[in-house]
Ligand binder design. Structure first.
Ligand code: 5GP
Length: 358
């Protein structure tokens, strides 16, 4: 047994120190980034934000809105080949969609079908998603998928430590998804005791990924989970995240997945963890006896139209840029000084009140 007793931090353990700035307006802050990748030949340009690959937000309807803003939607795992065929008849924006799969046989079988049906070329990103990225089988599967899809930008996760971040990139991924236990509907920390404070995970894993380089580029990371307030996106970029993935903040909108439910005259939308009993029953028709639920099922007050939220989010990121003197998201981590504070902001799914905007 060993104890690591240096301090590890979450987003709400810190604030950003304002810095002298030559920017005169928020408009000057550029939110788009341009990336090349460690393995893939593809180049990508857009706002480096993505929805979680969850049934409640990784949907076709979200992609239709978010792709217009150059934001990525990683689809949930449960769309069929037929559903993809229908969707891609009218959607052609590969840079802003990701195909998600796990590491089971049925996942590789469906990927092969996607390739045979010429559907996989509709995606720039492939996201290999497992709750626990520390399994030997996970690394083997990344290698297999890199061989099947040599040109795609491969995302793989989730992990929270520097050595595994390096392993994943060296085994074929371009981007490592970072975060265990930080999700708003995740109960992994409660059920298993396993997890890592998200801000520190991002600082440590981005440092590891950016240290792996070749003639094309460096390794990259996504901060996944734990975004509660708009400022958390900025804090994640400041900590070194190349991309930020979020679920709950993209849920509850007209365009999100999940049923709309009316309770006491109020409108709600469902949001549930991919490992919740609800997800197991809904998508596989049963819950494995050997596994406990590691996700919650919640109702989010209906937030209306996604477009309102996006304007607020972009405004908040631009404002952070002006406060810390960063002209573009790329500069956030270079300009950032974090100050440790007593927790300032409550973590709550209802914290961001979109209704005040309407
Ligand atoms: P949020 O943005 O809501 O805080 O977190 C979204 C992230 O939570 C997802 O991208 C995913 O990594 C994680 N997640 C989603 N469902 C579950 C679940 O059922 N259990 C756990 N442990 N994590 C989940």
């Amino acid at each position: 047994m060993r104890i690591e007793d240096d301090i590890k931090l979450d987003f709400n353990d810190v604030l950003l120190k304002p810095k002298r700035s030559i920017l005169s307006s928020r408009k000057e802050v550029i939110l788009e980034r341009e990336f090349s990748f460690y393995h893939s030949e593809k180049k990508w340009k857009g706002i480096p934000i993505m929805t979680s690959n969850m049934a409640s937000c990784g949907t076709f309807e979200m992609a239709e809105v978010l792709s217009e803003y150059k934001i990525i939607t990683t689809f949930h795992k449960y769309y069929s080949i037929e559903e993809y065929k229908k969707f891609f008849k009218n959607f052609n924006n590969p840079d802003y969609v990701g195909y998600t799969l796990g590491i089971r046989e049925r996942d590789i079988k469906q990927l092969n079908e996607m390739i045979e049906n010429n559907l996989i070329q509709n995606f720039s990103f492939i996201c290999i998603d497992v709750p626990n990225g520390y399994l030997e089988r996970f690394l083997e599967t990344i290698k297999i998928i890199r061989k099947l899809c040599p040109k795609h930008i491969i995302i793989a996760g989730n992990v929270v430590s520097n050595e595994m971040t390096e392993e994943i990139i060296l085994n074929g991924a371009d981007i490592v998804k970072v975060g265990i236990g930080s999700g708003s509907v995740c109960t992994t920390r409660k059920m298993t005791g396993v997890g890592y404070p998200q801000l520190s995970a991002v600082i440590e894993c981005s440092d590891a990924a950016h240290g792996i380089s070749n003639e094309k580029s460096v390794g990259k990371i996504i901060s996944d989970g734990g975004i509660v307030n708009p400022c958390d996106f900025a804090k994640a970029f400041c900590a070194g995240a190349d991309f930020v993935m979020a679920g709950s903040v993209f849920s509850g909108f007209e365009q999100s997945g999940g049923q709309t439910i009316i309770k006491n005259g109020k409108k709600f939308k469902e949001y549930y963890g991919s490992s919740s009993d609800k997800a197991m029953l809904e998508n596989y028709g049963l819950k494995d006896n050997h596994r406990a639920s590691e996700g919650r099922y919640v109702l989010i007050p209906h937030k209306g139209d996604l477009n309102h939220f996006l304007q607020d989010l972009f405004g908040s990121l631009r404002s952070t840029g002006t406060y810390i003197g960063a002209r573009q998201i790329k500069e956030f981590s270079k300009r950032a000084t974090f100050i440790r504070v007593n927790r300032q902001l409550n973590s709550s799914l209802e914290q961001y009140d979109i209704n005040s905007k309407k």
